[in-house]
Design a protein around this ligand. Structure first.
Ligand SMILES: Cc1cc2nc3c(=O)[nH]c(=O)nc-3n(C[C@H](O)[C@H](O)[C@H](O)COP(=O)(O)OP(=O)(O)OC[C@H]3O[C@@H](n4cnc5c(N)ncnc54)[C@H](O)[C@@H]3O)c2cc1C
Length: 306
């Protein structure tokens, strides 16, 4: 009885913040795959000062990690111990239009850029509107499509480090490359400034429509997926290797390879994260056996098994 009366929970030892601490949050509701166990605590900071204060004052033995829109994540069934930070308050969804550039905060959904681009007649960022997820995650993964990626349009960024220190940085500091970045693990992207070009509503709409059509035709749409599962090895295409290795119709539990694009894995409705991970690992093994090439996961795996 004394034990339970005096036992401290994680939130008891976390610093006082103005944002929210939510306990035992099912992460399946925060990922496009629709799988994943709970976050022990989810922290939604009110603003940058609140986030910085948390980072400076938090107990250093408590693990922290960050999620964005959850469109590139496979969170395991046992969930994530410690604190999962999500930049989901209005402060982190701001967008500011400058001359020849826009500044987007990390929690802004990529798709919400669309309205601004059309209203302000700004081109050059249409590709980003078609990528699921938020700005912060798109920097981390150097997201790209239709021949363009974040690296091509990034002018500068603001980050906060693990000690709560806010820094302005240049693109080179993030070391962006194909679906990758090599900045320190404890850096959190707060906002980024992206280059824009003058355009017209008609031209922007035309590009957005063409991109949408392409995706509907070539990729699974309205499915529980996290996009391309594996990176394309240099000079090759992951989907071709998967097909060639006889993996195009593999399924495990409730997880299957998409019939439309075999580099996409699908949760058919009842998949566990373990089903999806086992399916992905099976593909890696078969492709290695058949082609001697080791596919690298593009989807980020987080958390612990059940
Ligand atoms: C249907 C579909 C199609 C897709 N098509 C494409 C495509 O064409 N091109 C492409 O590149 N990707 C594509 N993706 C993958 C995904 O949408 C992108 O990788 C996206 O940029 C991830 O953003 P997110 O906010 O969802 O990040 P999350 O998936 O939540 O997180 C991804 C990584 O970013 C980190 N992160 C998140 N926010 C921050 C931050 N503020 N600071 C530091 N790190 C952070 C997380 O810790 C994690 O490591 C697709 C996904 C789906 C479901």
């Amino acid at each position: 009885m004394f034990n339970s009366l005096f036992k401290k929970t994680l939130t008891d030892i976390l610093p006082k913040v103005r944002g929210k601490y939510l306990k035992n949050v099912p992460l399946s509701k925060h990922t496009w795959f629709g799988v994943g166990g709970p976050a022990e605590v989810m922290f939604i900071p009110e603003d940058l000062e609140d986030l910085s204060h948390f980072l400076l004052r938090r107990p250093y033995n408590v693990p922290i990690c960050l999620i964005g829109g959850g469109s590139n994540l496979l969170i395991r069934d046992g969930g994530i111990p410690g604190v999962v930070i999500k930049l989901d308050s209005p402060y982190f969804r701001q967008i500011k239009v400058n001359e020849n550039s826009i500044t987007c905060f990390a929690g802004l959904k990529n798709i919400d850029l669309k309205k601004i681009l059309l209203n302000e007649e700004l081109g050059g960022l249409e590709f980003l509107c078609s990528i699921p997820g938020c700005i912060g995650g798109s920097i981390k993964t150097n997201a790209g499509c239709f021949g363009k990626c974040i690296k091509d349009v990034l002018l500068c960024a603001t980050i906060v480090d693990g000690n709560g220190e806010v820094k302005e940085i240049l693109p080179d500091d993030l070391q962006l490359s194909y679906r990758n970045s090599l900045f320190p693990d404890d850096w959190i992207i707060v906002s980024i400034t992206l280059k824009t070009e003058k355009s017209t509503k008609e031209q922007i709409n035309k590009i957005l429509e063409e991109q949408k059509e392409y995706r509907i035709k070539n990729q699974p749409y309205n499915e529980k997926t996290a996009g391309s599962t594996f990176k394309n090895p240099e000079g090759l295409r992951a989907w071709e290797l998967i097909k060639k290795s006889g993996c195009a119709d593999l399924h495990i539990g409730g997880a299957k390879v998409s019939e439309k694009h075999c580099n996409f894995l699908i949760n058919t409705g009842k998949a566990s994260a373990a089903d999806i991970e086992t399916l992905g690992d099976t593909i890696v093994k078969k492709v290695k056996e058949q082609t001697s090439i080791t596919l690298e996961w593009e989807v980020k795996k987080m958390g612990i098994n059940k």
